[in-house]
Design a protein around this ligand. Structure first.
Ligand code: NIG
Ligand code: FE
Length: 417
């Protein structure tokens, strides 16, 4: 199948080769105005300027489908590198508690939060969980998400964690979205182990990990490194065990407190440290001096009324930054990456160019798929989103709340709702 996109107002995120973008590099986003692009099967095959179309360049064969993109921008599909897409029930009851003044940690201490989600998840069968997750994934893809990392962590029992990871495996097999699975057994200490955290950590390391490795159910390992959850020492111990099984760390760090999570992640050579609402100068410098990507989750800060992530300081220090939705029922019940993009501009003071890079190419690298997707590059997957007509590219984050994604192609196939 060949598809030819003509008269594209702006072809965004064009790169000849792919690397993680750090510091000032994040602001460099190539846009070809008045462009065409050719997709062959599942791959980006060629592109150029409309004015050069047919002038001695590699010419597309008769395309089976021609799409007129007048007035509209074509971007790489979003790469959402941090989600908790698989869960049994939403938690709007806690939403009311939060409006009435309870904090995230207080709700968790009362048995709400992650533990409440774990109870519901353990009661639900695998098929029902899969159906719910597949519907959410489809909706996210229609909003332009072409790659997604999905975590376990609402099981907190051997069976519950395996069930979640098996659901993620089925999503990998059934969806055109590129999916990476992360084992987050160390998301919270379950109530059965409330007086025996060592017992639970041993269960994660000695029982869950070997089974997950045997069934090849995970690509990454995560720990919620936070006061009241897991310490930096425990994070290192659990992630080192994961590394023995080939699972690289991507960890929850510095969300509610300056937890030492960033330093733990850098010491572990984590692929990413995620959240970063609570940062000090040492954490910023440590991250900037490392190869670990800092993944900022502005909608989680928004929903929990936390301070926003210090994106400018991180970029000025030279760090590599990605942004992601953190889609989950407790702290970020939205998978809308266009909203994450808008909030990163408005509240994190990132430039639209920096944000688009952080939500595409750097997000792809935060999932280990930066050479397969995340930019308009010949040979990469044809994972594309076409906007509605817009006066400029900057209109995309500016007009927050307006649904501006018109059509989406994943692996060269147009999505239909
Ligand atoms: O990324 N912080 C830890 N985990 C999730 C929230 C999980 C939940 O509240 O259900 C997060 O914010
Ligand atoms: Fe999270």
């Amino acid at each position: 199948m060949t598809i030819l996109f003509r008269n594209i107002k702006g072809l965004v995120g064009v790169r000849e080769d792919s690397a993680v973008l750090r510091g000032q590099e994040l602001a460099s986003l190539t846009v070809i105005n008045q462009a065409w692009l050719l997709v062959e099967d599942d791959t980006i095959a060629a592109y150029g300027k409309e004015s050069d179309f047919g002038n001695g360049q590699k010419m597309p064969p008769e395309a089976e489908e021609i799409i007129d993109c007048s007035g509209r921008y074509l971007l790489p599909a979003w790469c959402d590198s941090h989600t908790h897409l698989v869960f049994a029930e939403s938690r709007e009851n806690e939403f009311i508690d939060k409006i009435n003044g309870l904090g995230y940690a207080e709700i968790a201490a009362r048995g709400g939060g992650i533990l409440a989600s774990a109870t519901k998840l353990n009661e639900m069968d695998e098929d029902s969980l899969y159906q719910l997750a597949a519907v959410r994934l489809k909706k996210a893809s229609l909003l332009g998400t072409g790659a997604m990392e999905i975590k376990s962590g609402y099981g907190l029992t051997v069976e519950g964690e395996l069930k979640m990871l098996r659901v993620i495996k089925r999503l990998k097999q059934s969806s055109p979205v590129s999916i990476k699975a992360t084992f987050l057994g160390a998301h919270a200490i379950p109530s059965d182990f409330k007086d025996d955290r060592e017992g639970y950590i041993r269960q994660v390391v000695e029982v869950m990990l070997p089974k997950i490795a045997e069934e090849k159910l995970a690509d990454y390992i995560d720990v919620f490194c936070e006061q009241g959850f897991f310490s930096p020492e425990e994070t290192i111990r659990i992630c080192e065990a994961g590394k023995q099984y080939g699972l690289l760390p991507k960890i929850h760090a510095n969300q509610l407190h300056i937890s030492g999570g960033v330093q733990a992640g850098v010491a572990l050579e984590a692929v990413s440290v995620d959240h970063l609402e609570s940062m000090d100068a040492v954490a910023i410098e440590t991250l900037a001096a490392s190869t670990t990507i800092g993944t900022l989750l502005p909608t989680a800060a928004f929903f929990l009324r936390m301070p926003y992530q210090p994106a400018r300081q991180l970029i000025n220090a030279g760090a590599a930054i990605a942004i992601a939705s953190d889609f989950n029922p407790g702290s970020s019940p939205s998978y809308n990456m266009q909203l994450v993009v808008a909030m990163s501009c408005i509240q994190l003071r990132m430039l639209p160019e920096e944000v688009i890079n952080a939500a595409t190419i750097n997000g792809a690298f935060a999932m280990g798929i930066g050479t397969e997707t995340g930019s308009i590059t010949i040979g990469k997957l044809a994972n594309l989103l076409l906007t509605k007509e817009m006066p400029s590219l900057h209109y995309l984050p500016y007009s927050f709340g307006e649904q501006l994604i018109d059509r989406v192609w994943l692996r060269g196939n147009g999505l239909h709702s």
